[in-house]
Design a binder for this molecule. Structure first.
Ligand code: MG
Length: 263
């Protein structure tokens, strides 16, 4: 069941979303060669706790699969890792493609967003993969207007990505969000347009294209975290929490600064 949110609830979600955006901006700023993903995770956790939030991923256990609790505040997925990477002692290297996903619960409401960045200077193919994934998210957000169907959002992602020579991951999808991190409806990153629920003001969804440079096939580790591309090629991930309003799409996790002094 899709739970519509009141304007007051959307404002609460914007506060959670703003904290997510601040955390991701800071992570993008400090993610330089030599820093470990575990160090990034500590910074993120501290920022969230200091702001009165709760890291929503830490301790999370999906109910659709048998696996352990997710142990960290951030998902840090490097290069051929698609999503659900666990922060560890690996130091970032020049040219690494790092996807960072985080969720926050603040005052009972959730925000969820992800970015992908290249550490230092990346190769042109990696840069293009990021550009296309971000572009697919932008195209999807533009479809979040009342009267459209949910699969118009999905189709916008798939057509944007495939027309540029990349592939969208099928196995993992976006989701409704509100007083729970994962609500109905699932938000697929592929499909024919004109299908599924009609978008209405008050619907809030986390849209999260995962885009692979090669095949869309992925495999999960035995303990479920992380997920890898089957062919070992690069993968990128961008996500925003977006409210459908009478005035059009309202991005609740904006703005995320991913430039800053990353040298
Ligand atoms: Mg999400």
């Amino acid at each position: 069941m899709i739970i519509l949110k009141s304007k007051e609830e959307i404002e609460k979600m914007r506060k959670a979303g703003k904290l997510v955006a601040e955390v991701l901006s800071e992570i993008a700023r400090i993610a330089v060669p030599g820093v470990t993903t575990k160090e990034l995770d500590s910074v993120a956790e501290r920022l969230i706790l200091e702001s009165g939030g709760r890291p929503a991923f830490k301790g999370y256990q999906p109910d659709f699969i048998r696996c352990g609790h997710f142990p960290a505040t951030l998902c840090t997925s490097l290069n051929n890792e698609v999503v659900h990477g666990v922060p560890d002692e690996r130091a970032l290297k020049e040219g690494d493609l790092l996807s960072v996903d985080t969720g926050v619960e603040l005052d009972g409401y959730y925000g969820d967003a992800a970015i992908s960045i290249i550490i230092g200077k990346g190769d042109p193919e990696a840069e293009r993969l990021l550009e296309v994934t971000r572009g697919a998210l932008e195209a999807a957000i533009q479809k979040c207007v009342p009267g459209n169907r949910l699969s118009d959002v999905s189709h916008a992602i798939q057509s944007f990505v495939e027309s540029r020579g990349f592939q969208v991951v099928r196995r993992f999808v976006g989701h409704g969000i509100g007083r729970s991190m994962h609500e109905d409806p699932p938000v697929l990153n592929f499909g024919e347009p004109g299908k599924g629920p009609v978008l209405k003001p008050g619907m809030v969804i986390a849209i999260e294209p995962m885009v692979n440079a090669g095949t869309y096939e992925v495999d999960a580790s035995p303990d479920y975290w992380p997920v890898y591309t089957r062919d070992g090629k690069l993968s990128a991930h961008f996500e925003h929490t977006v409210a459908v309003t009478e005035d059009g799409p309202d991005v609740l996790t904006a703005p995320i600064a991913i430039t800053a002094d990353r040298k």
